[in-house]
Ligand binder design. Structure first.
Ligand SMILES: [Zn+2]
Length: 173
């Protein structure tokens, strides 16, 4: 991850709209009010879900970025939410499921490119147990499909961090 490239995207102070000057590491400082801006990753969540046959669920993205690509269910964490709460909310919104059990797997660092900006993100990845019958694609998702591990479409998966999470998950099985 190129921190200089990420910092170059930050031009103005969010408080007073004056120019920012690059400082050490991930810090930028306002040339007028002196307030610091930090290039921090945004937290996201993602869920790996298997059916009783050991197939893995992917969802097709309804919106940009990466519209039409495959992804695992998940999204950005809202202010005030825990990673667990946000994962459960996303699964309810995207899949129409009601009951969710989570097991924490780990994190993945990634870049989310949207509207010409590269956002650093940190994804909290969970294994989620849900009832895989009667699911329907909702909010942000056009299709739900289960893949055997060897048939996962890695060339059509939206994000590098998701690919890494899926590979780690398969290797541990
Ligand atoms: Zn300022």
């Amino acid at each position: 991850m190129d921190i200089k490239k990420l910092k170059d995207q930050y031009k103005f102070c969010f408080s007073c709209a004056s120019k920012l000057e690059s400082k050490k590491g991930k810090v930028l400082i306002c040339t007028n009010c002196g307030k610091n801006t930090y290039v921090d990753p945004s937290p996201t969540n993602g869920a790996i879900i298997e059916n009783e046959k050991g197939e893995i669920m992917l969802v097709r993205r309804a919106k940009d970025p990466k519209k039409g690509y495959w992804d695992i269910p998940g999204g950005f964490i809202n202010p005030g939410e825990t990673a667990e709460e946000s994962t459960i909310r996303e699964l309810k919104e995207e899949l129409g499921t009601t009951k969710v059990e989570l097991e924490y797997l780990g994190t993945e660092s990634d870049i989310y490119e949207y509207q010409g900006t590269a956002y650093p993100v940190l994804a909290f990845v969970f294994k989620a147990k849900i009832n895989t019958e009667n699911l329907y694609p909702a909010d942000d998702v056009t299709q739900i499909k289960f893949f055997t591990p060897k048939d996962l479409p890695f060339d059509k998966i939206a994000f590098e961090g998701v690919k890494r999470a899926l590979k780690k998950f398969i290797e541990k099985k």
